[in-house]
Every structure is written in structure tokens, then in C-alpha cells.
Design a protein around this ligand. Structure first.
Ligand SMILES: Nc1nc2c(ncn2[C@@H]2O[C@H](COP(=O)(O)OP(=O)(O)OP(=O)(O)O)[C@@H](O)[C@H]2O)c(=O)[nH]1
Ligand SMILES: [Mg+2]
Length: 245
């Protein structure tokens, strides 16, 4: 498979079949998916297996024994997608927050950069219209906070809709990436930036989930604020890689 979209799942049985059908219907050659399920009590893992059969191997599944967090799910997924030989590796939520028809645009953009980001914070990008103002402000502040502390040239540093070049993920020391919540997205962007990789951002409309349960909490957000500072020290040794293209 040329492109593998990784989707971590925890209790997404209501969303997964429709999501997989929509992604696999995209007009892209060699497109597949990798579901990383954490033994969801609602049977998402079993459902993913069935989708694997239905779509004739275009859907692969990693089963983990219990809920271990988004970050480790992606790290395991990245390694697996690299082993599968994928040239482009995507990350996306299962809850339809990320517009599926943007995936081909991200793939197009990846011809010129190392990481393509589906972004809520570039012109044309937007948060769900139904979000209350305080929630929009909080999200915008979180982004501003992280990108300012880390001097990141990315507007949407906390979003989870991205497409990576194989070479980019290969160069990132995945075993050092430790954040598991929101900071995971920030940490990946920060490490990529420290290594000198280039980003582009494609505007998206971020829609709130309509099915299934949210796993967000206030605790997660406070943790994220503190953990962002830790990144500054953790990667001091990383140096810009020489460019090959
Ligand atoms: N494998 C795995 N997936 C997870 C875990 N936590 C969340 N996910 C998945 O990661 C994606 C993002 O999680 P969400 O719950 O949508 O997080 P969010 O977008 O911040 O919050 P809401 O949309 O409000 O729920 C979804 O596909 C979840 O099912 C986890 O511990 N393990
Ligand atoms: Mg969500």
C-alpha cells in the first residue's frame, strides 16, 4: 500500500464502518487503513476485523490489550505502517471531525513538503460552528501557547489530522516520543521542526463528533499545558538534518 491512514479507536463502533467506507472510496491509488484499537468494550476491534475481510486486506488492525492512550497508539501505528512499506502515512480521528475529502489535498501537498497538516488555524480553516465561544477561545489559546513556547512555524500544532512522508517518520526517533495526550501532536511537530522538516497547512472545517463519546477532559488539558514546557529540554540534542532534496 502506498498510503496508509492510521486511525486509533476507543469505542468508535458507531463511526468506524462509515468512516472506513468513506476513506476507501477516495480516488487515490494504493490507499489503505490501519486501525489501532485498544480493546474497546463496544467491540470496535472485532468490527475492524470484519471490515478487514470486507475490504479485502485494505484495512489492517492492531489490537492492544487495553486503553493505553493516543500517543502510544500512533507510535505503534507509525512503526507498523513503515513496516508495511507505506510511502505516505496519515493520522486521523475516527469521529468524522476531520474532513475526509481533504486527504487527497494533503497527499498533493506532500509532494513539496515533509509533513502536511489539516489545519483549523490558517485562512479558510474553521472550528465547529456550534462550539461555544469559550471552547473556541480555549482551543485557539492552547495552540498559541504551544507554538509560542516552542517557536513552531505551524498554526495548528494540536490537531490530529496529518500526512507524513515515510522519510520524515523514519528520521524521527519514535521511541523517544513519550507524550500521550494532546501534547503528542505538539511533540511530533516539534521534533520534526527541530530536525529541519518542512510543513504546509491545508485549511479544514473541524466538525464536532455527532456519534460516540468524547474522551476529552479538563485534566488532560492542564497536563498538556505543563508537558509542553518539558519538550524544550527533552530534545535539546536534536540537530537539523542535512537536506537531501
Ligand atoms: N487506540 C486508542 N484510541 C484512542 C484513545 N483515546 C482516544 N482514541 C481515539 O483517538 C481519536 C481522538 O479522540 P477523541 O475522543 O475524538 O478526542 P477529541 O477529538 O479530543 O475529543 P472529542 O471529539 O470531543 O471526543 C478517536 O478516534 C478516539 O477513538 C486511546 O487511548 N487508544
Ligand atoms: Mg474527536
Amino acid at each position: 500500500m502506498k498510503t496508509v491512514i492510521i486511525v486509533p479507536t476507543y469505542n468508535e463502533a458507531e463511526n468506524l464502518p462509515r468512516l472506513v467506507a468513506s476513506v476507501l472510496a477516495l480516488p487515490m491509488d494504493g490507499l489503505g487503513m490501519l486501525i489501532v484499537d485498544d480493546n474497546s468494550p463496544d467491540g470496535t476491534g472485532q468490527l475492524a476485523e470484519e471490515l478487514g475481510q470486507k475490504y479485502d486486506g485494505r484495512v489492517q488492525v492492531l489490537h492492544r490489550p487495553g486503553k493505553m492512550g493516543l500517543g502510544t497508539a500512533y507510535i505503534q501505528g507509525f512503526k507498523c505502517a513503515l513496516d508495511m512499506g507505506a510511502e505516505m502515512i496519515g493520522q486521523m480521528d475516527a469521529d468524522f471531525s476531520h474532513p475526509i475529502d481533504t486527504i487527497p489535498l494533503l497527499a498533493q501537498a506532500l509532494k513539496h513538503v515533509d509533513v502536511a497538516i489539516g489545519s483549523r488555524y490558517v485562512p479558510g480553516g474553521r472550528l465547529d460552528d456550534d462550539w461555544p465561544l469559550w471552547r473556541k477561545r480555549l482551543s485557539a489559546f492552547g495552540n498559541f501557547y504551544a507554538r509560542t513556547i516552542l517557536s513552531l512555524p505551524v498554526q495548528d500544532v494540536t490537531g490530529g489530522f496529518r500526512l507524513w512522508r515515510r522519510e520524515t517518520l523514519q528520521a524521527i526517533p519514535l521511541d523517544r516520543v513519550r507524550s500521550n495526550g494532546y501534547v503528542f501532536q505538539v511533540e511530533m511537530a516539534y521534533v520534526a521542526h527541530r530536525l529541519g522538516f518542512r510543513f504546509t497547512e491545508i485549511p479544514i472545517y473541524f466538525a464536532e463528533r455527532t456519534c460516540g463519546q468524547s474522551k476529552m477532559s479538563f485534566r488532560i488539558q492542564v497536563e498538556a499545558a505543563f508537558n509542553t514546557w518539558a519538550l524544550l529540554g527533552r530534545y535539546r540534542d536534536l540537530r537539523r538534518l542535512p537536506r537531501t532534496n
